[in-house]
Design a protein around this ligand. Structure first.
Ligand code: CMC
Length: 429
């Protein structure tokens, strides 16, 4: 028998179905609430609101579990590649050899952006943030692409996904080259997805470079670990925009803007800035922590805390190990890593962090790896965006294929002035 929840208000009782997910998560389906009671729910920041039923990613924030399509993130990071994981996330199953080869061929075939798009880069000032360029150029790419919205045709959607995944990497590298005034480097057909990105980022026409395989693997793992994360701010944005039936490119471009903020993807930059400040100022770690805990200072320990994880973020665990491995492989001793380790050591024992269940998140150590690899800081969040793309695509597709698909349109509790009469400008006090 299906479960029900009862709401009693003003002497009347109302029953609502309880939806149970495959991992036994429970949600009260309040779709009929307003029609039956005239009331809405209020959940500022959506901490308790399920905005959809999704088959893509499962998180258990209390236990620190993250799975894509049922596969534990640790297994994927250890054994899979970003491209295989992207296929899994978008289409729901790990690809066969034939499917993976076909996907890879499409990625190679569509790695170049339209030549006319190269001129668009000229219009941005050198100081333009790469996240702004990325978002604008994804929308621009949509103007050149006839395969905009084909979620119901798997073959065409495979191609649209491959185009987007492949070209986002080309755009991201070109945005960086433009920002430093270097010639844009073309992608190569013989390199893996991630090696190709590093090639476009670091090579020059007169300097061929081949990324260290350990670096290539670490970057590929970073992409895997960022590939989806259920209804985070940027993914919810993609779903929200997609629900109006805006095309895939427009929806993803909006997702890039949402990711940009320092409380979301921009945190990987904010962490390095914070560590650099501590390093340069010579401030002691205990002093810094005292400031963080002082509510009047409105400061946060960047790279700590998460809306869903109330335990160690499983991605952070993996990235921390990878950080050690990459730095020792490259023979780098980064003082920022020492500061990060000290901050973590103090925070995990400090009652302020323990009581609030604040642990390192994915962004705490990822910037240190990227810095060691030579990725410029203004590109950190762009790398997060490249990694998150499969999740955005899969969520956009899910919205479009859902038989219950409706435009996302939350309500509000209005708390502004009640009705008043217009006063001509000359009569205003
Ligand atoms: N440093 C110090 N205090 C914190 C922190 C932090 N990083 N995060 C939360 N708190 C405190 C907060 O002040 C509040 O305290 P109180 O209850 O006394 O008012 C309590 O913990 C709950 O915080 P919240 O703001 O209600 O939590 P939230 O779920 O709205 O915010 C968060 C989640 C990730 C935005 C927040 O933890 C944060 O700002 N962290 C730093 C930024 C960061 O690292 N963001 C990356 C998130 S992971 C990657 C991604 O998903 O994009």
């Amino acid at each position: 028998m299906s479960e029900k929840a009862t709401l009693t208000y003003d002497g009347k009782s109302y029953e609502y179905p309880v939806i149970v997910g495959t991992e036994n998560e429970r949600a009260i389906d309040i779709a009929q609430l307003r029609a039956q009671t005239g009331m809405i729910t209020l959940d500022d920041g959506y901490s308790n609101t399920g905005s959809c039923v999704s088959n893509i990613t499962f998180i258990d924030g209390e236990q620190g579990i993250l799975r894509y399509r049922g596969y534990p993130i640790e297994q994927l990071a250890e054994h899979s590649t970003f491209i295989e994981t992207a296929y899994l996330i978008i289409f729901g199953e790990l690809p066969t050899e034939k499917q993976l080869a076909e996907f890879r061929n499409l990625l190679v075939e569509h790695m170049f952006i339209h030549e006319a798009m190269r001129h668009h880069f000229e219009g941005f000032p050198a100081s333009a943030p790469p996240m702004a360029i990325l978002s604008a150029m994804i929308n621009t790419m949509g103007c050149f692409d006839p395969l905009l919205t084909q979620p119901e045709d798997p073959a065409r959607f495979l191609e649209a996904s491959a185009r987007l995944i492949s070209r986002v990497r080309t755009i991201a590298a070109a945005a960086y080259k433009k920002s430093v005034g270097d010639p844009i480097i073309y992608p190569r057909f013989d390199l893996s997805y991630t090696a190709n990105f590093l090639h476009m980022l670091f090579c020059k026409p007169n300097r061929i470079c081949r990324p260290d395989p350990a670096v290539e693997r670490a970057m590929d793992q970073i992409f895997i670990l960022h590939a989806d994360h259920e209804q985070n701010c940027s993914t919810s944005t993609v779903r929200m925009v997609g629900s109006s039936q805006a095309n895939l490119y427009a929806s993803v471009a909006a997702g890039v803007c949402a990711l940009w903020g320092p409380l979301h993807g921009g945190a990987n930059v904010a962490v390095i800035e914070m560590l650099e400040n501590i390093h340069q100022s010579g401030e002691t770690i205990p002093n810094f922590m005292t400031k963080i805990k002082d509510k009047k200072a409105h400061a946060r320990l960047m790279g700590f805390g998460h809306r869903v994880y109330k335990n160690y973020d499983p991605r952070a665990k993996f990235i921390k190990q990878s950080c050690d491995a990459v730095l020792s492989k490259l023979g780098i001793k980064d003082p920022l890593l020492d500061i990060a380790l000290q901050l973590e050591e103090i925070a995990v024992k400090d009652p302020y962090f323990v009581e609030r269940k604040l642990y390192p998140n994915v962004d705490f150590y990822s910037g240190i790896i990227m810095r060691a690899v030579g990725i410029p800081m203004n590109m950190f969040t762009v790398l997060f965006a490249i990694g998150r793309l499969p999740g955005w695509i899969a969520n956009w597709r899910e919205v479009h294929l859902s038989p219950q698909a409706r435009i996302y349109r939350p309500r509000q509790v209005y708390n502004g002035p009640t009705v008043r009469q217009y006063v001509p400008i000359g009569a205003r006090a």
